[in-house]
Design a protein around this ligand. Structure first.
Ligand SMILES: O=P(O)(O)OC[C@H]1O[C@H](O)[C@H](O)[C@@H](O)[C@@H]1O
Length: 626
């Protein structure tokens, strides 16, 4: 029944009319709690209304795909699933209504992805699907409940049992495969991280860790195949079918044996696990159960799923959490994006720390696999600074360890890690790339304890190589308390004092407008390498000896100063990304000006790339022609 009411309730979100007004309608219903997290209560007139409307759509779903049209539609269906892949995640548009962003991740696709996942887990674990236990959790996005019910129905249709955790976090879902007594065969988190309210997606875990890119390709291809073999509406997200789409899932959900679904309150278990990590890490001589007594730590959860960290972890451990903000989950994210890379998010926490005179501020993203902190002096510590702080803590525990980072980390960070006796491995962008490199290095016998990206994704070997914003923040908290017990100075101020920061740091994202953006990006990067080698290498630019993506150039800025720039292709979007850092004032303007010369001389006559921002970045004024 819970499953049915969930799907019916969420069907209303996909009903006719602009999504904003439908959601407003739901919000106005006195029986629907705000934010929209809990299914309608039995007897809610809105549910009845949705149910009758949904029944009508089940009938139209049956006639939605005349056999003669199937083959063309099949091709389109397979292509639609492929487009849902975003590296090692599934991502798409899950709520319609935003101009230019049609629905791509529907109840139907979630259903088949759930079915494909169950099938894949059964094959991998060599277990019959009826013995599989899969956990499902979600961040507070408005579409989360519908997708959760649909993906669960899909997994159950193959025979798996599903535990619905409701609101959860990415690291918590992974831990549900690990913690004794829970050991789920697979876990699903429904999240689109910090992206706007209309997006959503999935990440999958087993006890071996998160799925990688090829696992996701496999699941999506298998889901597409299952979809084309079924009697479901075929074209995902097409305007005329999107209502029948959720109704089809409703009809399927009605056929699934509901006894295979249970509601499990897992977050208290996970919170206790986190409390234990902090307690054991501090091992307080006087009050081991409340080691945070006397500390003021505030959290800015940005209305994502991380609020529990303040109320169920920090406060019970004795901390004052006064001044914490945006702890209430709200899929509209009304205050700022829950994203430690976002300036507004960091500034909001800086203001809160200063106003409350807190010892530490913590910022987490929506699904809490990323974090950043704010020091007691109000300094925002994200990106390179956060990696430096985590590197210090890691290298004390594991002297000489290698630390893998993404490609846009600063020269200052590399020097800092070396100064601490560590080895810096600057790899590629993409948290999964960074973590996988760490896993591989360990396999090759290179001790690698920390893998961290400037985006705030950080994974430690001692924590199952899991990218976990709560674990990183916990390490900073443990260090803060231990230092006070040992009579040492402030954790963020003292530990970062030797980190050299660039004077300027800028990023430019250049849209490739040509259709075949992958090949165009490759041509641009090849030519850029040639251009640097033939024209600039004897002068002041040198290609970095190790380049794992795009081309990173070391720039001699005179008087012993050194800047760098990196031109690479975006991991997911039709973009080229240029990062530049300089140790002198206006240094990035000069670098960007030179890159602009390259585009004008070598590229723009043949390819359509939007370099407008480079004109601004190089202080050359705006582009006069298009
Ligand atoms: O290549 P970009 O467009 O800069 O995106 C790269 C980023 O994409 C996502 O946000 C991933 O979660 C990050 O791990 C990755 O670094």
């Amino acid at each position: 029944m819970a499953l049915l009411s969930d799907v019916v309730y969420r069907a209303a979100l996909l009903g006719p009319g602009p999504s904003q007004s439908r959601v407003a309608h739901l919000r106005a219903c006195p029986l629907v709690p705000t934010p929209l997290l809990v299914p309608c209560q039995t007897g809610c007139t809105l549910t009845a209304h949705c149910a009758s409307r949904a029944r009508g759509r089940v009938i139209s779903a049956a006639v939605a795909s005349p056999p003669a049209e199937r083959s063309g539609q099949e091709v389109q269906t397979i292509a639609s699933y492929k487009k849902l892949q975003n590296g090692s995640d599934v991502r798409g548009v899950a709520i319609d209504g935003v101009e230019g962003e049609p629905l791509t991740l529907t109840a139907n696709s979630a259903y088949f992805i759930g079915a494909a996942l169950a099938k894949m887990l059964a094959e991998r674990l060599d277990k019959p699907t009826k013995d599989l236990k899969i956990s499902v959790g979600r961040d507070p996005r408005l579409s989360g409940s519908l997708l959760s019910s649909s993906i669960a129905a899909g997994a159950m249709s193959e025979g798996a049992s599903v535990a619905d955790f409701g609101l959860a976090t990415t690291p918590a879902m992974f831990m549900s495969c690990i913690l004794p007594g829970h050991d789920y065969d697979g876990a699903i988190i429904i999240t689109a991280s910090h992206l706007p309210y209309n997006r959503n997606g999935f990440k999958f875990f087993t006890k071996e860790g998160g799925f990688d890119t090829k696992d996701i390709t496999y699941v999506l291809e298998s889901a597409a195949h299952m979809h084309t073999q079924a009697d479901a509406p075929l074209v995902l997200g097409a305007d005329d079918l999107k209502y029948t789409d959720s109704a089809w899932v409703l009809a399927k959900a009605l056929q699934v044996d509901g006894s295979r679904k249970s509601d499990v309150d897992f977050m208290p278990v996970y919170s206790q696990h986190l409390r234990n990590i902090i307690k054991e890490g501090i091992n307080h001589p006087d009050h081991p159960d409340t080691p945070l007594k006397g500390f003021h730590i505030l959290l800015d959860a940005g209305n994502g799923g991380g609020g529990f960290l303040a109320t169920s972890v920090l406060e019970p451990l004795g901390a004052s959490i006064e001044g914490s903000q945006f702890l209430e989950p709200d899929g509209w994210f009304p205050n700022h994006p829950p994203n430690p890379e976002d300036r507004a998010a960091m500034n909001a926490c800086v203001r809160a720390v200063k106003a409350a005179k807190a010892d530490l501020g913590i910022v987490v993203d929506t699904d809490v696999d990323r974090s950043a902190v704010v020091g007691s002096n109000g300094a925002p510590i994200n990106s390179n600074r956060y990696i430096a702080l985590m590197a210090t803590i890691t290298l004390r525990k594991y002297p000489g360890s290698t630390i893998v980072t993404d490609s846009v980390t600063s020269n200052g960070l590399a020097t800092f890690i070396k100064g601490l006796g560590g080895k810096h491995y600057r790899y590629r962008r993409g948290y999964k790339n960074v973590i996988s490199k760490g896993v591989d290095l360990n396999k090759e016998g290179v001790q690698t304890e920390l893998m961290m990206e400037t985006s705030g994704h950080g994974a430690m070997k001692e924590n199952h190589f899991l990218d976990d914003g709560t674990y990183s923040a916990s390490q900073i908290i443990i260090e803060m308390v231990k230092r006070r017990l040992e009579g040492q100075g402030d954790v963020t101020v003292d530990l970062l004092k030797d980190l050299q920061e660039p004077i300027e740091s800028r990023e430019f994202r250049l849209r490739i407008k040509d259709k075949d953006y992958g090949s165009v990006g490759k041509v641009v990067l090849d030519r850029f390498r040639e251009w640097v080698k033939s024209g600039r290498e004897e002068d002041d630019w040198t290609l970095e000896s190790e380049n794992y993506e795009g081309w990173r150039v070391v720039v001699d800025e005179g008087n012993g100063k050194q800047g760098w720039l990196l031109l690479r292709a975006s991991l997911h979007d039709p973009l080229l990304v240029l990062n530049a850092e300089s140790e002198i004032n206006s240094g990035t303007c000069d670098m960007v000006g030179s890159v602009l010369d390259f585009f004008e001389e070598e590229i723009l006559t043949n390819y359509d790339i939007d370099v407008e921002t480079l004109y601004e970045g190089s202080s050359r004024g705006t582009l006069k022609f298009s």
